[in-house]
Design a protein. Structure first.
Length: 359
């Protein structure tokens, strides 16, 4: 187990949930599991600080919105929420998670997408799609994509299409995050501990995920409020929040750890989304401090006098004292939590800091 770093405060046990205290089904409740996303924090952490520092009707700003965790939890608490992200797919995901859904229209969509129908001829595929999908799987994904046009909630089903594509790739079952090469023959799978074969179809995933998505958005609908949610696609170094901000709650990307565009490459290809890889903050350490400081500095300008900026980081490089200072922020509190619920090939514990700052 990782030991606590020297010079850091004591671990806050109230925020260091064990697996028994916070099982996986609670960490991925309702829409938080609509689509896999690397690097997101648990919704219970967002909820704890939103309750601590914001009141219903106030505006919460997340300049690194990612998969929309902050926006979802803020809305459930009756807070107005706004977020910005450079990734077109991230913005689609956040919009879909926070959108309202009319039950009858949702059921009609599920019936339409689940009913058998004539399969259109396969569309011309990009080199990426031809390389990473078996012909039958790709034809099924393209047919589903064509049927989305007849639905009431095309955004939701585009996310489902992406989720099914992730599962239907010619990738090892034990290496779905960043597979390097397609696999076309049998292999020993460390996830299933047996010999596995490449996936050759997509329909089984599409059927499963259509129903799962419908259940998840209906479940969130029971706690969803009427508070406004705004998702802005753009560079948060250049985008202002839509009004005076009461609380900034965010988790910036960790430098050099996750390629946020590449992790959803299949989605960008299937959905025809524009990639902005070169503009992504955190692709390396060079320029990282200046870029994050620029984002927080812009957020600070929109912050009300009594507002706070709360940043969730794994600051193993010790960068954030300088980043906060460059952004014109004063560190008010540093909270340490142990993250010890990772499973599978990434099992192990590590520490995460929550930095509470004010202008």
């Amino acid at each position: 187990m990782t030991t606590q770093a020297a010079g850091l405060p004591a671990v806050d046990p109230a925020l260091s949930w064990s697996e028994a205290e916070l099982p996986e089904r609670e960490r991925t409740k309702h829409v938080h599991r609509l689509h896999p996303y690397l690097g997101k924090f648990v919704p219970q952490l967002a909820e704890a600080f939103l309750r601590r520092y914001a009141r219903p009707g106030q505006l919460v700003w997340d300049p690194f919105a990612g998969s929309g965790t902050t926006l979802v939890e803020a809305n459930a608490l009756g807070l107005r929420a706004a977020g910005c992200d450079l990734s077109a797919f991230n913005c689609l995901l956040a919009e879909v998670k926070t959108a309202p859904y009319e039950p009858h229209a949702l059921v009609a969509d599920v019936a339409w997408l689940s009913a058998p129908g004539a399969q259109p001829p396969p569309a011309i595929a990009s080199p990426y799609l031809s390389r990473w999908f078996a012909p039958a799987a790709l034809a099924e994904l393209q047919a589903f994509r064509a049927r989305i046009a007849g639905t009431a909630y095309p955004g939701l089903w585009r996310v489902v299409l992406s989720r099914a594509a992730r599962s239907a790739r010619l990738a090892r079952h034990d290496d779905l995050d960043f597979p390097r090469e397609p696999v076309r023959g049998e292999y020993f799978c460390h996830k299933h501990r047996r010999v596995c074969r490449p996936v050759g179809e997509a329909n089984k995933f599409l059927r499963r995920y259509v129903r799962d998505a419908a259940c998840r958005v209906r479940e969130f609908g029971e706690s969803r409020s009427d508070a406004a949610v705004t998702v802005l696609e753009g560079d948060s170094r250049e985008v202002d929040p839509p009004g005076p901000v009461d609380l900034v709650f965010t988790s910036p990307p960790y430098p050099g750890l996750i390629d946020y565009h590449e992790q959803h490459a299949y989605a960008f290809e299937l959905l025809g989304l524009e990639r902005r890889d070169p503009d992504e903050i955190g692709r390396g350490v060079r320029g990282y401090c200046e870029d994050v400081a620029a984002v927080l500095r812009r957020a600070r300008r929109a912050l009300r006098r009594d507002g706070r900026v709360v940043v969730v980081v794994n600051d193993s490089r010790g960068l954030y004292d300088g980043i906060l200072a460059a952004a014109g922020l004063r560190l008010e509190e540093r909270i340490l939590r142990e993250v010890n619920r990772r499973t599978g090939r990434r099992a192990g514990a590590y520490y995460e800091e929550i930095l509470v700052a004010r202008p």
